[in-house]
Design a protein around this ligand. Structure first.
Ligand SMILES: O=C(O)CCC(=O)C(=O)O
Length: 413
C-alpha cells in the first residue's frame, strides 16, 4: 500500500467536492440527465450533493450506488465515442462529479487503486487538475508487478515502406550547430546532445517509469487503427498499457525482419497509442525527465508539451497544426510524411479543415486526383530515430507512422 490519505487531507478534498457537487449545479444537470434517459443517475447525483451538506457530512459514502452510476455514465460516454456520436456536456460533467465523489468513497475505504482510477478518469474527461493533482501525487502510484524481461528498443533504422524510396528526404542538420532561424521548411536535427542527455532518452526505454513508478495512473489509449471500424478510445493503468501493448510490440520488433509488412501489426487489436496526451500535466513528475529544445534551435516559449507513446503500426492521420512544432523521438523509429503549407490537393475535411480526407499512404486517386498531381510530388519524408528532433513548421500538413514501438513527445510553440 502507498501513503494513504490522512483525515485532514480527506476533509480538504471534501471541501472541494462541495463546490464541484453543489446542489445548485446538480439541480441544473438533473433536467438534462433525466431528459436523456438517465433518471437513476440524476437521483444518485442529487443524493451525493445532499450528503455533502455540512450537517449531513458523516452520512456521505453512498458507495455502491455512486460507483454504479459513475460506471454507467462512463460506459455511455465511451460507447458514444466509439460510435462517434455526440454526447452532451451535461453527461460528461455528471460523470466527472460521480467519479470525484466515488474517489472520496475510495479514500474512506483506503482503496488506493480506485482513487487513481476515479480521479484520473475524471481528469481525462476534463476535471480541472487542481481538483485532484495534489491528492494523486500524494498517493503512491508505484506498482509492483511481476518483473518482465523488457526487450530493447530497436537502435537501427527499420526498412521503409515500399514506394517511399524515391521520395524527397527532409533536410538534416547537426543539432549542436547554431541555427539562426527556422527555415521555411521542416528539418531534422541530428545528434542533439541536449536530447540525448535527457533522463527520458536515457531511461524511459526501460519502461519501468511507466510500468512501476507511475504504473497505477490511468491514461487514455487509442486502440486499433484510425479510420477502421474497431478504432476506439479507452482508459487503463499505465502498467497495463506497458504489459498489454508496448511489451508485445517490442517483442514483435525484435522478431520482425525489417520489412514494413512485417512491422504492420498482425491485427488491429495489437495497435495501442497514448496519442497527443498532456501526460506532463497529468504526471508533473515526468517533466523533470525532458527539457525544452535548446534556444539555439530557435524555439520560442513553449505553449504545450504532448506525449505520444505507442506500439508499432500507429498512424496519425494527415493534418496540420497552427503551432510551430518540435517532434522529439525518445525511443524507437517514426516515419513522417510532410506537405507544404497551403498545399493544393490535400482535401481538407469540411467539419475539421485541418484534417485531410486523404490516406497519404494509400491515396484513392479517383476521389482525390489533385493529391496525385499536386500534393504527392511536393511530399517530403522524415525518418526519425532515437535522440532526433523534427521541426514541423506551423501549417505544414503531416502524417506519422510508427515503424517500431515508439516513445516521443512534441513541443508546440
Ligand atoms: O507522432 C505522431 O504520431 C504525431 C505527431 C504530430 O502529429 C505532431 O507532432 O503534431
Amino acid at each position: 500500500m502507498g501513503n494513504g490519505l490522512d483525515a485532514a487531507r480527506r476533509r480538504q478534498y471534501e471541501e472541494r467536492l462541495r463546490v464541484v457537487c453543489s446542489e445548485a449545479l446538480v439541480g441544473a444537470l438533473d433536467e438534462e440527465l433525466s431528459a436523456s434517459g438517465y433518471r437513476g443517475e440524476a437521483d444518485v447525483l442529487k443524493k451525493c450533493a445532499a450528503s455533502l451538506r455540512p450537517e449531513a457530512e458523516r452520512q456521505l459514502l453512498l458507495g455502491g450506488e455512486t460507483r454504479a452510476a459513475a460506471e454507467g455514465l462512463w460506459d455511455a460516454l465511451m460507447l458514444a465515442q466509439r460510435r462517434r456520436s455526440k454526447t452532451s456536456a451535461g453527461l460528461r460533467e455528471s460523470c466527472i462529479i460521480l467519479l470525484v465523489y466515488s474517489a472520496l468513497v475510495d479514500m474512506h475505504a483506503n482503496a488506493e487503486d480506485h482513487v487513481f482510477r476515479d480521479l484520473d478518469r475524471a481528469m481525462l474527461l476534463g476535471a480541472p487538475p487542481e481538483l485532484s493533482l495534489d491528492i494523486l501525487e500524494h498517493q503512491d502510484a508505484q506498482m509492483h508487478p511481476e518483473r518482465l524481461r523488457i526487450p530493447a528498443f530497436p537502435e537501427a533504422p527499420p526498412q521503409l515502406p515500399a514506394g517511399t524510396d524515391g521520395m524527397v528526404r527532409v533536410f538534416r542538420v547537426r543539432a549542436d550547430e547554431p541555427v539562426r532561424r527556422l527555415s521555411e521548411g521542416p528539418f531534422v536535427f541530428e545528434r542533439c546532445s541536449t536530447i540525448q542527455n535527457w533522463e527520458a532518452t536515457r531511461t524511459w526505454n526501460k519502461l519501468d517509469v511507466f510500468r512501476e513508478t507511475h504504473g497505477r495512473r490511468w491514461v487514455p489509449v487509442e486502440l486499433g487503427t484510425h479510420g477502421q471500424d474497431d478504432w476506439h478510445e479507452s482508459a487503463m493503468p499505465l502498467s497495463e498499457f506497458v504489459d498489454t501493448c508496448l511489451v508485445p510490440s517490442l517483442i514483435r520488433d525484435t522478431q520482425d525482419t525489417g520489412a514494413l509488412s512485417a512491422h504492420r501489426p498482425k491485427s488491429a487489436s495489437d495497435v495501442g497509442y497514448i496519442a497527443q496526451h498532456d501526460l506532463f500535466s497529468q504526471i508533473p513528475a515526468l517533466l523533470k525527465d525532458v527539457s525544452p529544445p535548446p534556444p539555439h534551435c530557435g524555439c520560442a516559449p513553449i505553449q504545450k508539451v504532448n506525449a505520444w507513446l505507442g506500439t508499432s503500426g500507429t498512424v496519425t492521420p494527415c493534418h496540420y497544426d497552427t503551432y510551430e512544432n518540435f517532434l522529439v523521438q525518445i525511443a524507437g523509429w517514426k516515419l513522417v510524411y510532410l506537405f507544404p503549407k497551403n498545399q493544393r490537393g490535400m482535401y481538407p475535411r469540411k467539419a475539421k479543415p485541418n484534417l485531410s480526407r486523404v490516406d497519404v499512404e494509400a491515396p484513392d486517386m479517383v476521389r482525390f486526383p489533385l493529391f496525385g498531381s499536386c500534393a504527392s510530388p511536393a511530399a517530403q519524408l522524415a525518418i526519425l530515430g532515437p535522440g532526433e528532433m523534427l521541426y514541423i513548421p506551423a501549417g505544414w500538413w503531416h502524417a506519422v507512422r510508427s515503424l517500431t514501438t515508439s516513445l516521443s513527445c512534441n513541443f508546440w510553440f
